[in-house]
Design a protein around this ligand. Structure first.
Ligand SMILES: *[C@@H]1O[C@H](CO)[C@@H](O)[C@H](O)[C@H]1NC(C)=O
Ligand SMILES: *[C@@H]1O[C@H](CO)[C@@H](O)[C@H](O)[C@H]1NC(C)=O
Ligand SMILES: *[C@@H]1O[C@H](CO)[C@@H](O)[C@H](O)[C@H]1NC(C)=O
Ligand SMILES: *[C@@H]1O[C@H](CO)[C@@H](O)[C@H](O)[C@H]1NC(C)=O
Length: 305
């Protein structure tokens, strides 16, 4: 499958390259809606070549990658930017149980199936990083490579948050998320306060103002280890079987950096950790040049370029 998609890539992108000095994807991509067992999923598609998924997190939307990543990667990849369930214009299923790992994996599988591609490279930020980790665990044969960006790597995060007071303090902001009900104050200015780019911060604030946030917060109830802490949380047997990278803006205020220690034992195709000084939670926006360079450098080893 890998070589099939590689040959398609060569044909598609090289023929375009000979016709145009620089290949630019359509500005807003192609907008696609699919139905996965009654849940509408929205995504955009850009460029040509093997598949690359850029998965947004919270509080964000798929346009977060349009400024800096899509123009770079759509020259060599078919880039998909899915809108997670719970985020309009995708459906917002009502129950926390609708946001468990099986559903999140099924959504990404449905998108790749709709594209008729067996495999993809998957990149995820924040809760999008949880999605790409689940997907790689469930379907390692469908993943060429995985890049996590400022998202807790499960194997070190789960024991850390359960047994480290400082990590529990970092997670204090999540406590109201478990009990939020539609109609309660959304506290949007707090949600977006760490988006450094003021133009983009205003865009996301307006999006959250116009959108229900209960689905977005259900991700926490369904996936994020919360109180009561200090339970027996064994991660024995957790092994990622795909080439993996973790890109980390070191000024992230949401997560204890202690979870960056001890990753090596959990990735049997290797884990490349890249820390980016001066960048915060939105590492791929805060220092997009460095982020893109590091991701490219990693992906070239996977593509053997
Ligand atoms: C996927 O395959 C089906 C059946 O051959 C076809 O109708 C559809 O256009 C293909 N989709 C894409 C995105 O190539
Ligand atoms: C919003 O802020 C109020 C007042 O600080 C707090 O009680 C509530 O839990 C917050 N809700 C969310 C969703 O953060
Ligand atoms: C800030 O965000 C806007 C909207 O996404 C974008 O067009 C602009 O390039 C960004 N500026 C910087 C310096 O990142
Ligand atoms: C913790 O959980 C693991 C996996 O479920 C189990 O094998 C182990 O016996 C448990 N340890 C304790 C002390 O309960």
């Amino acid at each position: 499958m890998f070589w099939t998609s590689f040959i398609l890539w060569a044909t598609c992108c090289q023929s375009l390259a000979s016709a145009h000095a620089k290949i630019l994807p359509p500005a807003n991509g192609e907008e696609i809606f699919i139905n996965n067992n009654g849940v509408t999923l929205h995504y955009r598609k850009y460029g040509c070549g093997p598949y690359l998924v850029l998965q947004h997190g919270f509080p964000d939307r798929e346009t977060t990658f349009a400024d800096f990543q899509v123009p770079a990667f759509a020259q060599s990849y078919t880039v998909l930017t899915p809108t997670l369930r719970g985020y309009p214009p995708s459906s917002v299923p009502p129950e926390a149980a609708d946001y468990g790992p099986d559903y999140l994996v099924s959504d990404l599988a449905a998108i790749l199936d709709h594209e008729n591609t067996t495999t993809a490279t998957v990149i995820g930020h924040d809760f999008g990083g949880a999605v790409v980790q689940y997907f790689s665990l469930y379907h390692p044969e469908r993943v060429e490579a995985m890049v996590m960006m400022n998202t807790p790597p499960f194997a070190t995060f789960v024991p850390l948050i359960n047994f480290d007071k400082e990590a529990q303090e970092y997670a204090r902001y999540t406590i109201p998320y478990y009990t939020y009900k539609p109609g309660q104050p959304k506290n949007i200015s707090t949600l977006v306060e760490n988006i450094r780019n003021t133009t983009y911060r205003a865009e996301i604030a307006a999006y959250l103002e116009a959108s229900p946030i209960d689905g977005m917060l259900h991700y926490y109830s369904a996936n994020y280890p919360g109180p009561p802490y200090e339970q027996n949380t064994s991660v024995s047997g957790y092994v990622q079987k795909v080439p993996s990278m973790l890109l980390w803006g070191v000024e992230d205020v949401y997560f204890s950096p202690k979870m960056l220690d001890g990753l090596e034992g959990f990735y049997n195709k290797g884990i490349r950790l890249v820390t980016v000084p001066g960048a915060g939670h939105w590492v791929f926006r805060d220092d997009w040049q460095r982020s893109n360079e590091e991701i490219w450098s990693f992906l070239k080893t996977v593509l053997r370029l």
